[in-house]
Write a protein that binds this ligand. Structure first.
Ligand code: SER
Length: 313
């Protein structure tokens, strides 16, 4: 029997596209999508979908057994801005789901796990530019704290129990198929929807707030490449980088295709979060260990987003 892959959190921004890409690679029948809520139409119609609350370990195990799952991508998380509003719930969701999957791997029910970390693990004392793989980490958000704790737990389960866990610290991810929910980098997705609909956007980050960003295709490529690699030296949650820009720079890149687009700025509590995050990331370790390389430039990202949202350029 072919072993199958389970995506938990398949209705989210990254989970959606991961399911679609993995189904292309491995065949629709080998990728099981799951989430607490139904998702994107393409995901729902192209293969099996299970309703799953990943805070319930027994429910995950049932699905693992039912579908002969050998690999799990755990894409469940409450993101940075929303987690600040309900810190305890965010902590419980982000940590309990991770423990459930790590324990199932430790107990031999699955062979390999992917779990995403984030640039949110860095904080005000981390170097802002070319933030290294290993450096001071003092996250100020509940989301960042949960991701940094999660990284340490992954390391622990790997060293102590030999769990094969792979992880990436994603920058802000930009895509058009589903919208992100509750993140600090969400402006970089919203801006495209508003540019097309209203020709104007009010940014909740100030004009010169530079953050590391990446187009979804790069993020998916990186994830699958890391999971496929046979020679990862040890567990590491890898820095990866593609581009860095501010709201002003992104708006200029959009104006190339929508010249009458305008942007205004009114920062809110998300500005404080952004101020603590890196402006650029050093991803040499990922380049060295598994040949990571970003392929999508800012101009290509802008074109793909506009075309993807049916504004043909
Ligand atoms: N995009 C995420 C957020 O803004 C960062 O991992 O919360």
């Amino acid at each position: 029997m072919t072993s199958k892959i389970l995506i938990i959190g398949s209705s989210g921004q990254i989970g959606t596209e991961l399911v679609l890409k993995l189904r292309q690679i491995h065949g629709n029948e080998n990728i099981i999508a799951s989430d607490v809520r139904v998702g994107n139409y393409e995901v729902m119609k192209s293969g099996v979908f299970e309703i799953l609350d990943a805070t319930k370990k027994d429910d995950i195990l049932k699905i693992i057994k039912k579908h002969h799952i050998k690999q799990v991508y755990l894409m469940v998380a409450m993101l940075s801005a929303i987690a600040e509003k309900i810190p305890k719930r965010a902590w419980e969701l982000n940590m309990n789901t991770l423990f459930n999957v790590l324990d199932l791997a430790k107990d031999g029910f699955i062979d390999k796990v992917f779990w995403p970390s984030s640039i949110a693990i860095f904080g005000p004392s981390s170097p802002k530019k070319d933030t290294p793989q290993h450096t001071i980490m003092d996250p100020t958000t509940v989301y960042g704290i949960s991701k940094l704790a999660g990284e340490n737990w992954c390391n622990y389960y790997h060293n102590k129990f030999g769990v094969d866990i792979r992880s990436i610290r994603y920058p802000g991810i930009i895509s058009y198929k589903t919208i992100p929910g509750g993140g600090t980098t969400d402006y970089a997705v919203e801006i495209f929807h508003e540019a097309i609909k209203n020709k104007t956007y009010k940014s909740f980050l100030s004009e010169d707030t530079i953050l590391p960003m990446m187009y979804m295709d790069d993020a998916i490529d990186a994830t699958i490449k890391l999971m496929k690699n046979k020679n990862i030296p040890k567990y590491e949650s890898y820095n990866i980088a593609a581009m860095n820009f501010s709201p002003k720079e992104l708006s200029t890149a959009i104006q190339k295709y929508i010249p009458d687009f305008t942007i205004t700025y009114k920062d809110d509590s998300r500005q404080e979060i952004a101020n603590t995050w890196p402006q650029s990331i050093d991803d040499n370790q990922a380049k060295k260990d598994w040949n990571w390389k970003s392929k999508v430039s800012l101009d290509q990202l802008v074109k793909s987003m506009l075309n993807g949202l049916n504004y043909n350029v």
